[in-house]
Design a protein around this ligand. Structure first.
Ligand code: YH5
Length: 277
């Protein structure tokens, strides 16, 4: 399974790790844009040394209840970092945004994967991806980030997530985005109760028949904390178990804040999955 990108191919026959680079104000804002930039680039470099295949850069928080960010503010946060990273490191850059204007500028700056938790449903988003030859990740979310965790409801969560992803993949294809540039993601924590998240997690393997790479993001999320009753800074161990369980079920991209440990956990899961007598 190979993902086509504007300047290269990403081999996903064995799973890879996507490192999260958060550029929201609470992340690197200890004093001035220059220090923020230096800290962000250092963090990216560390994640690449630790074995990340993709750096996922985001400047808008999609956490439940987070405040909205303007287009200009998001551009100011992410574009300089993408430009600098592109110049100094040979790596795949992903842009985590719902805004077509940010997608377009990020692609010009060197991003090759558009990671949109809104599945490219905004006006113009599909056209931007197509125009730049970018790969896309389409993710399932019920509702909108501000209120999605209020009262998530499904008759059949696996069915509904699957139907949504199939429809969005069809929309991508109809817009001229080739199938070998499309990644799917069930969207853990995005409009789902703990029971929904756990059952969906158990059924990750059922998405394999769609023939597209599966991305899973559970790093540090509430579902880990809810099962173990632990705060965000103590969720690494459960996150590693989740990464291994996802890779064991065929996930090809694991999105995480903790790259080295996740690379090692996923490597072992992949070895077991590929084992033959
Ligand atoms: C994802 O699953 N998630 S941003 C709440 C937390 C911790 C982490 C402490 N972007 C995904 O990481 N993109 C995000 O509680 C994503 N898949 C894809 N494709 C949310 C996040 C987080 C939220």
């Amino acid at each position: 399974m190979i993902l086509q990108l504007p300047t290269r191919q990403l081999d996903l026959r064995t799973p890879v790790v996507m490192g999260v680079l958060n550029l929201t104000p609470d992340s690197f804002s200890d004093g001035g844009r220059h220090n923020e930039m230096t800290a962000a680039l250092a963090r990216a470099r560390t994640m690449l040394e630790e074995g990340a295949a993709i750096i996922d850069i985001g400047g808008e928080s999609t956490r439940p209840g987070a405040a909205a960010v303007s287009v200009q503010e998001e551009l100011d946060r992410v574009i300089p970092v993408i430009e600098h990273l592109r110049k100094t490191q040979d790596c795949v850059i992903s842009i985590d945004t719902m805004k077509p204007e940010v997608m377009a500028a990020a692609c010009v700056a060197g991003a090759e994967l558009i990671n949109d938790v809104n599945a490219l449903q905004a006006d113009g988003a599909l056209a931007v991806a197509r125009a730049h030859g970018a790969a896309v990740c389409v993710m399932h979310m019920q509702g909108v980030p501000q209120t999605m965790q209020a009262a998530p409801q499904y008759r059949d969560v696996v069915r509904e997530v699957r139907d949504f992803l199939v429809a969005r993949v069809a929309a991508c294809i109809a817009a001229g985005i080739d199938g070998d540039r499309i990644v799917i993601d069930p969207g853990f924590g995005f409009g789902k109760s703990l029971a929904h998240n756990l059952f969906l997690f158990k059924q990750i393997h059922t998405f394999e028949d769609l023939g597209l790479p599966i991305l899973i993001g559970v790093s540090r999320k509430s579902m880990l904390g809810q099962v173990l009753n632990l705060p965000v800074e103590r969720r690494l161990n459960a996150g590693l178990a989740a990464a291994a369980l996802a890779a064991s079920q065929g996930a090809r991209i694991i999105r995480t804040h903790d790259v080295l440990a996740t690379v090692e956990a996923v490597k072992f899961a992949a070895a077991v999955r590929q084992a033959t007598a």
